[in-house]
Design a protein around this ligand. Structure first.
Ligand code: SF4
Ligand code: SF4
Length: 300
């Protein structure tokens, strides 16, 4: 398929068969997510822990929580039934790296059975510097970091607290630590040759005018793609930005912002904000066909 003009040819070689990055590939290759990562180490104002992480998945949706052993059974069953399966992602329902033992165990066990599967994960980035060497060493293909601000004063309006170094931290201190860790994690991964995509959630009146600055900061540190997702505002999944709640952007506002951003932003316009246990070609979700109670008893 054709390489978009703003994508580097060397990067395009690596992503052209990936259903999430190539408009063309998403018709031929399938991806699945397994929800093995329940915990999170920060609080986003737009998150309600009952539902999936908004980093990379549709907010307000509950996915089937799996142990690593259950996840491996599921991946093997899906690979047998969906020959297009090429990518396995861990994107929640919490933070993939806040649950690193489970994430790593799942990836290692799946790779042992399906050696050529591509692996990806998404994270808020708080503990990314601690795991960058292992991520690169395991040949994880892509990492997505959700970065909503590069100014701690704006970050503090989005993140009420983080849990870091055995302590809960709030306000500007929390936002400053998170930002510093996200930037360092991004630099460490790109220096080690891991492809890094940045997701930002567009929150009108909070970070919408600031996202071009985020775009420049992450491109300068080697992110190959910056994907802006709309805040999906629903009082039921908790938007705590103000007494009256927080609206999401209109489609026209989202498109106007995406047009202002450089560098592969257009590649991701077909991102569907899939749920954390999505299965199949993009635009379809066969997750309900592969719930645990429907899997064969053993696959080892
Ligand atoms: Fe929720 Fe994800 Fe934010 Fe954690 S990183 S608080 S799971 S949206
Ligand atoms: Fe791909 Fe977006 Fe779905 Fe992730 S959420 S699998 S990037 S389309």
């Amino acid at each position: 398929s054709a390489r978009p003009a703003d994508v580097d040819p060397a990067i395009w070689e690596k992503i052209k068969d990936h259903p999430c990055y190539s408009e063309e590939a998403h018709h031929y290759f399938a991806r699945m997510h397994v929800a093995v990562a329940p915990a999170c180490n920060i609080q986003c104002n737009y998150c309600n822990r009952k539902y999936d992480c908004s980093n990379e998945s549709r907010p307000g949706v509950v996915s089937e929580r799996l142990t690593p052993e259950e996840a491996v059974r599921k991946v093997v069953a899906v690979a047998a039934a969906v020959p297009e399966l090429s990518v396995l992602g861990i994107a929640g329902p919490g933070d993939a790296l806040a649950n690193w033992k489970k994430t790593r165990a799942t990836f290692e066990a799946v790779r042992a059975v399906i050696p050529d599967i591509k692996l990806c994960l998404s994270t808020n980035g708080l503990v990314l510097p601690d795991h960058a060497d292992e991520i690169a060493g395991m040949a994880i293909d892509h990492v997505t970091i959700t970065i909503n601000a590069v100014d701690p004063a704006i970050g503090a309006r989005i993140y009420p607290w983080i849990f870091f170094d055995h302590k809960r931290r709030t306000g500007l201190e929390a936002a400053t630590i998170l930002l510093e860790r996200q930037m360092r994690g991004l630099e460490m991964l790109t220096a080690r040759g891991v492809l890094v995509k940045i997701n930002s959630v567009m929150i009108p009146g909070i970070n919408d005018d600031h996202l071009p600055e985020v775009n420049r900061a992450v491109r300068a540190r080697g992110a190959f793609l910056h994907n802006v997702m709309p805040l999906i505002s629903d009082p039921a999944h908790g938007t705590h930005f103000g007494l009256t709640g927080q609206r999401g952007p209109t489609p026209a506002e989202l498109k106007a912002l995406q047009d202002r951003l450089d560098g592969g932003a257009k590649l991701m316009r077909h991102c569907r904000q899939c749920r954390a246990d999505a299965i199949g070609l993009l635009g379809e979700d066969r997750g309900q066909e592969f719930t645990l109670d429907r899997l064969p008893a053993a696959v080892t």
